[in-house]
Write a protein that binds this ligand. Structure first.
Ligand code: 2HG
Ligand code: ZN
Length: 399
């Protein structure tokens, strides 16, 4: 059954798999890649397959086999002294969160696709998500990696010492490389103390400009963990959602229309925002037209102008917008052939065309809008050095 691996979650990206392989250990990945490099067979790497930019879909010509990481699910005991754990690439975010919780710890990265997203995919895309204001992206959680290079050799650095000064940090080089430089098979990830109290507040706003004023106040709150923005009609009213580690009284300066500090109440306030992707997917199914997903970030000072400029290019019926306000990261979901126009606006306003989802197949052609020719040449040289036959994730990231 390869069909599940041949279309992405949005239904927008399609390919054909020569076969689907599910290695069960790092050594099996090594053996597979040795065979592939000897035979010159390209390899598409698939994790949870909810990445939204076609990064895990094989090329259309059927030349590539799909390497699924789903059986790489080893879990080592949590190291409570260091506050870290080693997990296989196929472990889902939800499973990682559960095992942290059992030790009264927390994995800092959280996102709505937690039941499908895997550690390998999150490392490969440097996944951001909801708690970047407090803890950074996946990069900041990675204390070490194990990976298999295109020629099948295994590199491993999982010792978990808090500091080492041993030259170029190859593990961090792989973070965000979208499977183009190596196959990540395991990671040592930082775990943090679990906050004792959490509260969530919703602040109604008219649009981005007002939302930014709310962000300004939120930034002054101790324990700030999330500042999300979502526009009607993907949610019932346009709002900023703020999450803080602390008692609900802390939210008073925001004058929220709703707030909660119990688990059920918090979940209810998150629900619409968390469901945004699925809400849009349902609409796409009704329209019989896959949605186009642009994941962009703008300097905060240009965000309101950019948002207005989008309205001039995309009619409201074809547009849904939400995102991670503190990073100026908007998820511009749209129908119609307007991707290029919106991405041009992003560049004109000093932004980047991919903020957390990655380049994948979706934005390969647009990469020069956000990277200089010299940068792309550098990425090509790295690719050439690590994967000279160009076998890993063909068609992804590099134009
Ligand atoms: C989110 O923040 C995800 O909801 C998905 O990054 C965004 O579906 C999208 O465009
Ligand atoms: Zn997001």
């Amino acid at each position: 059954v390869s069909s599940a691996y041949e279309t992405d979650w949005t239904g927008r990206w399609h390919g054909r798999a020569r076969s689907v392989e599910r290695p069960g250990s790092t050594d099996e990945v090594g053996a597979l890649l040795r065979r592939c490099s000897a035979a010159g067979v390209p390899v598409t790497i698939a994790g949870g397959r909810t990445g939204l930019v076609g990064g895990a879909v094989p090329p259309e010509d059927g030349s590539a086999l799909v390497l699924s990481t789903e059986r790489l699910t080893r879990v080592e005991p949590v190291d409570g002294d260091e506050g870290s754990v080693v997990v296989g690439a196929g472990v889902t975010l939800a499973a990682l969160q559960r095992l942290a919780r059992e030790e009264d710890l927390e994995y800092a990265v959280d996102l709505a696709a937690r039941d499908s997203a895997t550690v390998g995919g999150m490392v490969a895309t440097d996944a951001g998500g909801l708690h970047v204001p407090a803890y950074g992206t996946t990069r900041a959680q990675v204390l070490g990696l194990e990976a298999v290079l295109a020629d099948g050799s295994v590199v491993s650095r999982l010792h978990g010492l808090a500091k080492e000064a041993l030259g170029t940090d190859w593990a961090q080089l792989l973070v965000g490389s979208e499977g183009t430089l190596a196959v990540v098979t395991a990671a040592r990830l930082r775990l943090r103390p679990r906050p004792r109290t959490l509260c969530v507040g919703i602040v109604g706003v008219a649009g981005v400009a007002e939302a930014l004023a709310v962000l300004g106040v939120a930034r002054g709150l101790p324990g700030l963990r999330a500042v999300e923005y979502a526009e009607a009609p993907v949610v019932s009213r346009t709002h900023v959602l703020v999450e803080v580690a602390g008692p609900v009284e802390l939210l008073a300066p925001l004058d929220p229309v709703a707030a909660a500090d119990d688990a059920a109440g918090r979940a209810a306030l998150w629900a619409e925002r968390e469901a945004a992707t699925e809400t849009v997917a349902r609409l796409a199914a009704e329209r019989g037209d896959p949605v186009h997903k642009l994941d962009v970030a703008l300097p905060l000072g240009r965000l309101a102008d950019f948002r207005r400029a989008v309205d001039a290019v995309v009619p409201g019926d074809d547009l849904r917008v939400w995102g991670h306000l503190a990073e100026g990261n908007l998820h511009v979901n749209l129908w119609g052939d307007r991707d290029a126009a919106v991405l041009r606006l992003v560049a004109e306003h000093g932004g980047v065309i991919s903020s957390e989802h990655g380049v994948g197949r979706a934005k390969v052609d647009a990469l020069p809008l956000s990277r200089t020719a010299a940068e792309i040449a550098l990425l090509r040289r790295l690719k050439q050095a690590l994967d000279p036959q160009g076998l890993l994730n063909p068609g992804v990231l590099l134009p």
